[in-house]
Design a protein around this ligand. Structure first.
Ligand code: NAI
Ligand code: MG
Length: 491
């Protein structure tokens, strides 16, 4: 389990183990997790093979009957207690998140970790509010429904918001009475392991939450295959989402998928241009662009195109790239060498396809302890054609594609002309147009005159190939419940 000393980027982290049935144990293999800002190995962690995955599923199955019958108020209290402990350990968790993922400390400390606690509190409240209904069935009968948990759920987490994603899945799964096997991403296992300690401290019964680490192709694939797992909830890439559906088909597991995006951010000439420019910059560069909802396609009305691009360039020029622990840093290190290679590859593709680089366009060279870091300059491509690869494929990095448009119809057509449908934003002062777009945009979330807003109460998830099922909000509960109809003969 990771034990960190005080909050500084030089913390000591002990080797990670698997958290199964409330106890720590070794895995089948040992992997390393790397600080992408320095290239240094932070620590080792265990990889669960088929045997350990099976133990974790067994522990969850054994814990299920008692957890299902635990009074909802008690489940809610435990979730609330967990939120308090996360709040208590905010700095420690934020430090771990930043060294493992490379994101600026201001993001993990001020946004990610507090948001994680907020999510657990929100779902704590739901535990006591899950109920069926009575229904007017035919004949002399009394008929009612019950909303019951699924059983053992497998939760597979990505590396971009490691602890936040744990709460998006664990919150509703636990509030509804399921037991869980959670697998964080192999790039960022540390905060999930730290969470295991807090789950224990909060007083969750052993086996209710099991946290197992390892590669997706090993631990993740075994979990999806396991016949005694009732459901997989996954956030990650489209190809892996497809693999999971195929593999889950064998055992007819229920599946929720939250996949990638290529979200359009649309600015009309009647918008508050200063706000829209700030929104465009935050929309793509927050989280280094490693966000599924990143506003990676900027659609701009031709009449304000130059003004908007100049405004973005001015803001980008002021963004500090580098040491994630420096308070002024706005862009940290990308999560891994592989991700940096992918992003730099797309930057080259954009150049070859004829888009013009107006900001960035290369790796950000650093010196000293950051010389081997995975830093990429915030990059803006102008005059991008909607058919170019950088306008169609998810880059998952700090790369913005600016696409000018002539009129509203064209803007809408370009916005919807991708396989993804996760989120979209529109900037306009015309209230009718704003709602026309809210209606016509093919996306699970539409922001009007704002961007990247999240609240535990608002469902989040995809249209089209961005997936199905919803995280957050009341809708998230549906993914972890099944309805039972009960008939009573009254005659
Ligand atoms: P990924 O989809 O491989 O990883 C996400 C999670 O799935 C990790 O926990 C991983 O271990 C697990 N996984 C991988 N293969 C699996 C399998 N066969 N069975 C079960 N679990 C499996 O994403 P990756 O490779 O880390 O990133 C590649 C691209 O995916 C990124 O460049 C980005 O475009 C996209 N991505 C999207 C995310 C989102 O939030 N929608 C999050 C992370 C990545
Ligand atoms: Mg790491």
């Amino acid at each position: 389990m990771p034990i960190v000393t005080e909050d500084s980027s030089k913390i000591q982290v002990s080797p990670g183990q698997l958290f199964i049935g409330g106890k720590w144990q070794n895995g089948a293999d040992t992997l390393e997790t790397i600080n992408p800002a320095t290239g240094e190995v932070i620590t080792t962690f265990a990889e669960a093979g088929s045997r350990e995955v099976d133990s974790a599923v067994k522990a969850a199955r054994e814990a299920f009957p008692a957890w299902r019958d635990t009074p909802p108020a008690k489940r809610g209290k435990l979730l609330w207690k967990l939120a308090d402990l996360i709040g208590r350990d905010r700095e420690r968790l934020a430090t771990l998140e930043t060294i493992d993922n490379g994101k600026p400390y201001f993001e993990s400390g001020k946004i990610d970790i507090p948001f994680t606690a907020e999510i657990f509190r929100y779902f704590a409240g739901w535990a006591t509010k899950i109920h069926g209904s009575t229904l007017p069935a035919r004949g002399a009968t009394f008929a009612y429904t019950r909303r019951e948990p699924l059983g053992v759920v497998g939760l597979i987490i990505p590396w971009n918001l490691p602890l936040v994603m744990c709460s998006w899945k664990l919150g509703p799964a636990l509030a509804t009475g399921n037991t869980c096997v959670l697998k964080p991403a192999e790039q960022t296992p540390l905060t999930a392991l730290a969470l295991a300690d807090l789950i224990k401290e909060a007083g969750f019964p052993d086996g209710v939450v099991n946290i197992i680490t390892g590669r997706g192709t090993v631990t993740g694939a075994e979990l999806v295959k396991h016949p005694d797992v009732n459901k997989i909830s996954f956030t990650g890439s489209v190809p892996v989402g497809r693999e999971i559906m195929k593999s889950a088909a064998e055992t007819l597991k229920k599946v929720t998928l939250e996949l990638g995006g290529k979200s359009p951010n649309i600015i009309f000439a009647d918008a508050n241009i200063d706000s829209a420019i700030k929104g465009a910059v935050n929309g793509i560069f927050y989280g280094k662009g490693e966000l599924c909802c990143a506003g990676s396609r900027l659609l701009v009305d031709k009449s304000i195109h130059t003004q908007v691009v100049d405004g973005i360039k001015a803001l980008v020029a002021k963004m500090q790239v580098g040491d994630p622990f420096d308070k002024k840093t706005r862009i940290g290190a990308l999560v891994s060498k592989e991700q940096m290679k992918k992003v730099l590859g797309y930057i080259n593709i954009g150049k070859e396809d004829g888009a013009s680089v107006v900001a960035g366009g290369a790796r950000a060279e650093m010196s000293g302890e950051f010389a081997n870091g995975c830093f990429v300059q915030p990059t803006v491509f102008d005059n991008v054609n909607e058919n170019m690869r950088i306008a169609r494929e998810e880059i998952f990095g700090p790369v913005l594609a600016v696409i000018p448009f002539e009129n509203e119809d064209e803007a809408l057509a370009i916005a919807n002309n991708v396989d993804f449908g996760l989120a979209a934003a529109v900037w306009t002062s015309d209230i009718s147009r704003a709602h026309r777009f809210a209606d016509k945009l093919e996306a699970g979330t539409v922001w009007i005159n704002t961007i990247n807003m999240f609240d535990p109460a608002l469902p989040f998830g995809g249209f089209k190939q961005s997936g199905f099922g919803r995280d957050l909000g009341e809708d998230a509960l549906d993914g972890y419940l099944q309805t039972k109809s009960i008939w009573v003969n009254l005659s």
